[in-house]
Design a protein around this ligand. Structure first.
Ligand code: 5AD
Ligand code: SF4
Length: 452
């Protein structure tokens, strides 16, 4: 047993946040206590991200801050978890004595042993990747969060090898978590009062456990509790299953919202990115989504300035985004990552100022589209799941529509975890303002959507 206090700081994607909840569980089982301030901890872990250079830079800077904390506090242990583990390991062996312990994304079960090694005065490292590890039997401990919405990991790793992406190297091969353990976790969340679950994986439509595919998983998951609603992230456009679209359209608690990363709107660029679909095939999929699920909200990921990107290819991305009219987009300038195909074979040859200018054009156009989309919402009704007080005022609540739009409205007698029917009265490009009408349930709302 170990009675130390630990603090975990998490960077990067939702998957990393879900992983930190697994590590919470492992450490609490050891007898350790989570604390919310680095200054109160005996052990500090940084769960890291490698996806772009600026993510890594932030982590390196943070580790340097923790090193000065270490200088003032004897027996403070600092550890690195997750995607940067391999790189930090090299650094530790080479030179800077920044951290004591380094743990890759598939080695979290080994943390107690590694901590014991550190207590014995050694540096401890485990960065082995696994073909099987899904942490299926570990119940994540959610020490932060709102108690209403939760992430559940359904698979790990990625086999897609997009040419720009380091994830297949940092997180290893794709593997799916057993269905029963996913359903058990969802049931526990429902029993604890959670109202929304996002199923997570690097590439969710590759989910395969025995003869169960992703559509069947969504079907089973959504049947566990009809008053709990479900989202998923992220699917790949290359093999998005059409039966899932019909299931989303029919099932009231499957949200009418799909995050479907395009990365680029140019077929030649998609080929260089090793994304096995064309602009036309992507647009065809979007049309299918819009026609099968009326009112579906869509979001995407876009990379500006990938290797050899011409002005024409950039314009293809602009027009694709204009045609789809995404409700939300995550937009990035290309950042070269070691080990990827692009690093080995292509030249990162779009000048920084051109990358920045293209990214700005993409972002500005997207903000205008979002504002236009949001204006169309004024006067319409939505069912909002209340996630908590709004950031601006404790007299207002905030939550999301089924279509994943943030809504703010007067508190009245409503509470966190309630489903409230609202009428939209105003908007910005990021938020909708609304008038709350009545507390409702998902099933009742879908049986009779417009309250009279
Ligand atoms: N540079 C910029 N953006 C990247 N992404 C992945 N790799 C890179 C990179 N090297 C983006 C992709 C992906 C999202 C999670 O991060 O858009 O979908
Ligand atoms: Fe990276 Fe492509 Fe896998 Fe997504 S699908 S994690 S972008 S390699």
């Amino acid at each position: 047993m170990n009675n130390k206090r630990f603090y975990i700081e998490t960077y990067g994607c939702q998957m990393n946040f879900a992983d930190s909840e697994i590590v919470n569980s492992i450490l609490i089982d050891e007898g350790m206590t989570p604390v919310h301030e680095a200054g109160e901890a005996d052990v500090i872990f940084v769960n890291t991200c490698s996806i772009r250079e600026n993510a890594e830079t932030r982590v390196w800077n943070r580790l340097k801050e923790f090193r000065s904390l270490k200088n003032g506090k004897k027996n403070l242990t600092v550890g690195v978890l997750g995607c940067m583990a391999e790189r930090v390991r090299e650094q530790i062996i080479d030179q800077e004595q920044l951290v004591d312990i380094v743990v890759g994304p598939d080695a979290y079960r080994d943390i107690p042993n590694l901590l014991a090694e550190v207590d014995d005065g050694r540096k401890a490292v485990n960065v082995l990747l696994s073909l099987e590890e899904t942490y299926a039997d570990i119940s994540p401990v959610r020490t932060s969060g709102n108690g209403v919405t939760a992430f559940v990991s359904i698979m790990r790793g990625c086999d897609n090898m997009c040419s720009f992406c380091v994830v297949p190297f940092t997180r290893g091969r794709e593997r799916s978590r057993p269905l029963e353990s996913i359903l058990r976790e969802i049931q526990q969340l429902s029993d604890q009062g959670y109202k929304e679950v996002t199923l997570l994986g690097q590439n969710v439509n590759s989910y395969k456990y025995r003869d169960i595919d992703f559509t069947r998983l969504m079907d089973e998951a959504s049947k566990t509790d009809p008053e709990m609603r479900f989202r998923f992230s992220s699917p790949h456009p290359k093999d998005f299953p059409e039966p899932l679209l019909h299931l989303i359209a029919e099932r009231p608690n499957l949200c009418n919202y799909i995050h479907i990363p395009a990365q680029s709107g140019s077929s030649s660029m998609l080929e260089r990115m090793r994304r096995p679909y064309t602009r036309e095939q992507y647009l065809e999929l979007i049309e299918k989504m819009k026609s099968i699920i009326p009112g579906v909200a869509l979001s995407t990921d876009i990379i500006a300035g990938f290797c050899d990107e011409t002005e024409e290819e950039h314009q293809d991305t602009m027009t694709l985004m204009e045609m789809v009219e995404y409700d939300l987009a995550y937009m990035f300038a290309y950042s070269e990552r070691e080990r990827t195909l692009a690093h080995r074979k292509y030249d990162d040859n779009v000048p920084e100022d051109v990358k920045k200018r293209r990214l700005t054009e993409i972002i500005q156009q997207q903000m205008a589209i979002q504002e236009k989309n949001n204006k169309k919402e004024i006067g319409s009704r939505h069912l909002v799941l209340v996630e908590g007080e709004s950031k601006r005022s404790d007299q207002q609540l905030s939550g999301r529509t089924d279509t994943n739009k943030m809504v703010v409205f007067d508190r009245k007698e409503y509470q966190k975890g309630d489903y409230i029917e609202v009428e939209i009265t105003g908007c910005t490009s990021a938020t909708l303002m609304a008038r709350p009408l009545k507390k409702r349930s998902i099933s009742e709302y879908h049986a009779e959507p417009a309250l009279v």
